[in-house]
Design a binder for this molecule. Sequence first.
Ligand code: PMV
Length: 331
Amino acid sequence: MKKSDVIEKILQHKLLQTPQRDQGQAFAPTNIALCKYWGKRDSELNLPVTSSLSIALPTKGALTSIIESHAKEDVVILNDKEVSPDSNFAKRLKNYLDLFRVKTLWRLQIDIKMNIPAAAGLASSACGFASLVSALNELFAWQLTKRELSLLARLGSGSAARSLWNGFVEWYAGTQADGMDSYAQPLAVEWPTLTIGILPISDAEKPVSSRVAMQRTVETSMLYANWPNKAAQDMKLLHQALQEKNFSLLGETAESNALNMHSTMLSSWPPVCYFLPETIAAMQQIWSLRRDGIEVYFTQDAGPNLKLLLHKKDKMIVKKYFPHADMINLF
Ligand code: PMV
């Protein structure tokens, strides 16, 4: 099945619509997976092998504003600068928009303001596609549900399926070939004493995209066979941690899940390594703080930066060791 077939299923006659409003605008938060999405059962539809669970960063993300354009091509503006139409960023957006303009032709001016570095493993594509699809929903007055928007956002980038809500979100792997059961939903849990710290290590563009890294891992890593078991177990533990508000269980599970994901990458060929020497040094520092009784954990995505999980009360002490960490309250 193709992406366009799924879009046709969801939008049906609405695909005939041209922009109904002057502007569509939406903000989507970025999300940090505590149990990762790593590996696809369908790479065209971005259907995951396993379910995943994330926490949104309510103040970090993408604000996308779109208006109809009378230029020949879409115009993409990122953080007030026009992006070259030949860049991967603009091409990826254009390809995504092409999926929606099969019955009527329109062009857009897309203005994206992101307060996280693009393409450095800080889930910029997640909030980018989630905000874009929500802005399209506004501009075309589609009146889709969040679940439908999650299905559409997934077609842009898998993790975008989770970026439509604040708080904790679960994305179901689903089993259907058309992926209509592979959407995300928010979990009714608030945890006001939890803090996430973003520890920037490098904002250089990643050497291998998450798409390529994921594919290579699935195809060549002997450790990948165990990943679905690990993810299933971690999903259970995370649900338990959320229910009991058990911070140690949450942190241990998230850290172990990230390290297992990176182990599958390191054991693929050619190896995929997102660690920089500074990433490892920061991990050593975190383990040393834990030995000293300060409960801080980390998780890491497809990039060298770390995200710290800590109690709000430990913010100042952790800041002493990681002065560049951006501490974000979640609720
Ligand atoms: O959505 P993608 O294709 O950028 O993949 C994201 C993969 C990870 O960030 C490493 C894990 C996750 O669940 O967000």
